[in-house]
Write a protein of this length. Structure first.
Length: 210
């Protein structure tokens, strides 16, 4: 087998293996969540085949198998073509949300009862070990925006319902006697045990209320 062809085979083994790892990492958000139905489908239909092809090329290369006639190289060529096609499919259909890009779900924007802030809660990378919730605030008078990370138990959320075209509220933000302190309470729409947090807008902090 020509040296240049060996180098070509090694290159496509690396491409196939890298594509499989890319699929695995992205469908599990770098092992921060379990693989869902869609990820499992990708694994079965494209992940395992490209891994098996890469292993086949590795075995043939390791054993130094070379066809007796030139037409025998069609086995290698066919494997390379399939690896290219599957790698292209993996790059096209598999996204990196929840790993390199945050996946954010939020409820409907609301205005505090004192009319000072527009707000909602954002659930970041929900259903992952790295999930958390942050409060979005916009000062209505100045237009200034800020985010405050909260201690809401997002890992207790096992499912949420989002209806397009319908208002839905996962939290309520209520004012107190101090203009920079608010009380954040969850609603039944969030499907977790009721939680209450004190939000300090001046310091940008969240404290659990016992």
């Amino acid at each position: 087998m020509p040296v240049w062809f060996r180098i070509l085979i090694i290159a496509f083994i690396l491409i196939g293996t890298s594509s499989f790892l890319w699929l695995l990492l992205n469908t599990t958000a770098y092992f921060q969540r379990g693989m869902d139905i869609l990820g499992t489908t990708y694994l079965v239909l494209v992940g395992i085949p490209i891994l098996l092809l890469s292993l086949l090329l590795t075995v043939l290369l390791f054993k130094g198998w070379a066809p007796v006639v030139k037409s025998g190289y069609i086995v290698y060529v066919l494997a390379i073509v399939i690896i290219i096609a599957i790698s292209a499919v993996i790059v096209h259909v598999v996204d990196s949300y929840g790993w390199t890009v945050e996946r954010i779900r939020s409820d409907t924007l609301k205005v505090t009862e004192d009319g000072r802030y527009e707000y909602n809660i954002e659930l970041v990378n929900l259903f992952q070990r790295s999930s958390y919730a942050r409060l979005y605030l916009k000062d209505i008078d100045t237009g200034e925006e800020m985010y405050i990370r909260t201690d809401l138990q997002t890992r207790e959320i096992h499912g949420i319902t989002i209806s397009h075209g319908e208002d839905y509220h996962w939290v309520r933000l209520e004012s107190t006697d101090e203009d920079y302190r608010y009380i954040l309470s969850t609603t039944e729409r969030l499907r977790i045990p009721p939680e209450k947090l004190e939000i300090n807008i001046r310091d940008g902090t969240s404290t659990r209320v016992e």
